[in-house]
Ligand binder design. Structure first.
Ligand code: F6P
Length: 485
């Protein structure tokens, strides 16, 4: 789909055009040969209907370096307002502070976080730029939803620029415990930045609890259970577990073309083999290497061979200029080479490695073909792949093996939970999952599917907007959200 061609309308009196403004590191669209196309994901699916119904504006980076100013454009019923980043800012704000300091720190420091003062100022500058654009774009009294770890200073900056706004912040990744967050040299600035919001949302209760404990320790403000008082202003702090567009996946899984593609995948891989599937961004937090090592243990133990077991690993390249991502890619490719060399036979390899992004139609075909889904993250804010797999299993078969360190594990307790750091323990659990009788699979999968169906991406967005609107407006906002679909 191409962007609409209409020029930007003039700003409204006393403010901008947006009644509901999302501020995120990336726009909800990406460039293709044919123009802009809407990106997949729970955030975009959940918010799109609301943005289309209200005067929706999305402020975000359009990708690329030093791309120059791109004029705001309309696409899919909302205004996209691009924020540009110079090559130095991509290096220092995005690859540096966001993805080499905050990302590893917030993921339990499963890689050493790097603290460099020359990355902090670009983080402040870029946050200021996003806040200024949001302040310009928001209509009087608008609601602004700030997203994720890249933009934690924006709520505070925006409140100073536009005290009339309702400001929400949602963190998509884990929020670390006190002992870890305390390492951050700029910890107080980040906490103060977040406290500029009226609602601060996390994926889990633990994240919300960690935030309140940190605020009590490092700021003059005091919080308990669900709220913090900031000079008499109430900041609501809660968990809002994000989800998927359940019905979209359900529909794709019922499509005869998808079912046929799944049948072909099974036939190509060997109809009598148990198919295990991994689908991840190529990130060291995902435990892809741990998963492959557990698979190696299973084959080495000799109870299974390449003739009865196969792993398909889809790894979507990500942040490929950051050293740790270059290293994890090499580590995984080396592991795949070893395991395939050691246990492969002519015409049959243990690991089919697909280092690329697949369109959702193809992914759902893989979900349908797979007997086991392996989600073995060392730490993960939520993990939507786990939820997508359940949504696709319309016949209640299949086993979800899920790391206990994902946000999803808090909800999907009928999954087979694993500790990915315990490689031999994980190997034993995967073997048990392979042998799980059909009736147990069905009992578990039915309950998992029910759970995912009960809270979709739309419910996530409705709930957040309703809490942001405050008690007086909560129900009507939720109603309006319902209308939008
Ligand atoms: O999970 C956090 C997140 O930032 C998502 O919002 C995003 O889709 C994903 O990681 C990919 O990150 P990036 O924008 O760095 O490619």
């Amino acid at each position: 789909m191409c962007g609409d061609e209409n020029p930007a309308p003039p700003a409204l009196d006393g403010g901008g055009r947006g009644d509901l403004v999302v501020v995120a590191n990336r726009l909800p669209v990406h460039r293709t040969d044919g123009g802009w196309e809407t990106s997949p994901g729970g955030l975009v699916s959940g918010l799109l209907p609301l943005l289309q119904k209200r005067q929706g504006v999305w402020v975000g980076w359009g990708g690329g370096r030093a791309s120059g100013e791109i004029a705001p454009f309309r696409h899919d019923g909302l205004w996209n307002v691009p924020v540009s980043l110079s090559a130095d800012e991509v290096r220092d704000y995005y690859e540096g502070f966001a993805n080499s300091t905050l990302w590893p720190l917030y993921h339990d420091a499963c890689q050493q976080p790097q603290f460099h003062r020359q990355w902090w100022q670009p983080y402040v500058t870029v946050n200021e730029r996003f806040a200024e654009v949001a302040a310009r774009e928001a209509a009087p009294g608008a609601s602004v939803l700030v997203q994720d770890y890249h933009l934690q200073l924006v709520p505070g900056m925006l409140r100073r620029m536009r005290p009339d706004l309702r400001i929400g912040f949602f963190l998509h990744i884990p929020f670390p415990p006190v002992e870890l967050f305390s390492q951050l040299p700029w910890r107080q600035r980040i906490l103060e930045g977040l406290l500029g919001a009226d609602v601060v949302g996390f994926q889990t209760k633990q994240g919300a609890g960690n935030f309140i404990r940190l605020v009590n320790r490092y700021t003059p403000h005091r919080g308990a259970s669900h709220s913090i008082s900031v000079y008499g202003r109430r900041v609501e702090v809660r968990e809002f577990p994000i989800s998927i567009d359940y019905w979209k996946i359900d529909q794709l899984a019922a499509d005869p073309a998808t079912i046929e593609r799944a049948r072909e995948i099974r036939a190509e891989l060997g109809p009598n083999r148990t198919i295990m599937l991994g689908v991840d961004r190529l990130d060291y937090t995902k435990g892809i290497d741990h998963r492959i090592r557990a698979f190696h243990e299973i084959l080495a133990a000799g109870r299974h061979t390449v003739r009865d077991l196969v792993l398909v690993q889809v790894s979507v390249p990500s942040r490929d200029q950051v050293d740790e991502y270059i290293e994890i890619r090499e580590r995984i490719e080396t592991l795949v080479g070893h395991i395939n060399g050691e246990f492969g036979e002519v015409g049959q390899v243990p690991v089919h490695y697909l280092p690329r992004s697949l369109p959702i139609e193809k992914l759902v075909a893989y979900y349908l073909a797979a007997d086991l889904m392996l989600v073995t993250s060392l730490r993960d804010g939520m993990n939507l792949v786990a939820k997508e797999y359940c949504a696709a299993r319309r016949d209640d078969t299949g086993v979800l093996v899920l790391s206990e360190f994902t946000g999803a594990a808090h909800e999907l307790q009928r999954a087979v939970l694993v500790n990915p750091h315990d490689i031999d323990g994980m190997a034993v659990t995967i073997e048990r999952a392979i042998a799980m009788p059909r009736d147990e699979q069905a009992r578990r999968m039915r309950s998992l599917r029910q759970r995912v169906r009960k809270r979709t991406a739309y419910d996530w967005a409705d709930e957040f907007i309703a809490v942001l609107a405050g008690p007086a407006h909560g129900s009507s906002a939720a109603l309006a959200a319902g209308d939008a679909r």
